[in-house]
Design a protein around this ligand. Sequence first.
Ligand SMILES: C[S@@+](CC[C@H](N)C(=O)[O-])C[C@H]1O[C@@H](n2cnc3c(N)ncnc32)[C@H](O)[C@@H]1O
Length: 193
Amino acid sequence: MALLELILLVFVLLMALSIVWSTLQTGISPMMSSGKACQAMLDSIDRPANGPLIDLGSGWGTLVIAVARKYPHQQVIGYELSWFPWFVSIIRKYSLGLDNLTLYRKDFKNAELSNASILFCYLFPEGMVALHKKLNRELLNETLIVSNTFALPSCQPTKVIRLKDVYQTPIYVYYWQPKCSFTPRNNNDDKPY
Ligand SMILES: C[S@@+](CC[C@H](N)C(=O)[O-])C[C@H]1O[C@@H](n2cnc3c(N)ncnc32)[C@H](O)[C@@H]1O
């Protein structure tokens, strides 16, 4: 019994260390979108076009699984760097039989996003800057982007939904157009470019 407890303890410690390590690497913990945030993000989109629906940093799978269940005939993709949350999301995918969902353990910055119809994210300010640079370089089509909490720098959202939670969490919705070029914010200039 003591050996079993020791093995369990070591396992839990390794998982905790792996999450701390990947949080330091990526800049954000695998915190999941709340139920309200998932619902608002799903409600904010119309029927998607043909390209895949992609979650950039899919964590434990909370949002990406909700998307795959809502749109069983669409290809849905999640990219996640953190090993343990990704592994849990894989188990969830198979236990729910979601054949339309593909989960990569991969940095979304190295992923092919140009044919996406919708991009979802719940990142952090530097992550949004990196995403914006990537979109400017690679995204030539109009694409819907739905971001939990953090805004895309220098772009005007089409819609901002405020959740009825203690933080009044914003959900930003953008219709990305290639002309929305990257200009770092300065001089307190909040206008779209
Ligand atoms: C706040 S969680 C959001 C999880 C999920 N999208 C949701 O809404 O429930 C952000 C996730 O993004 C992942 N992440 C951050 N940067 C990443 C990158 N460059 N490539 C892949 N995943 C990344 C983190 O490991 C973390 O699990």
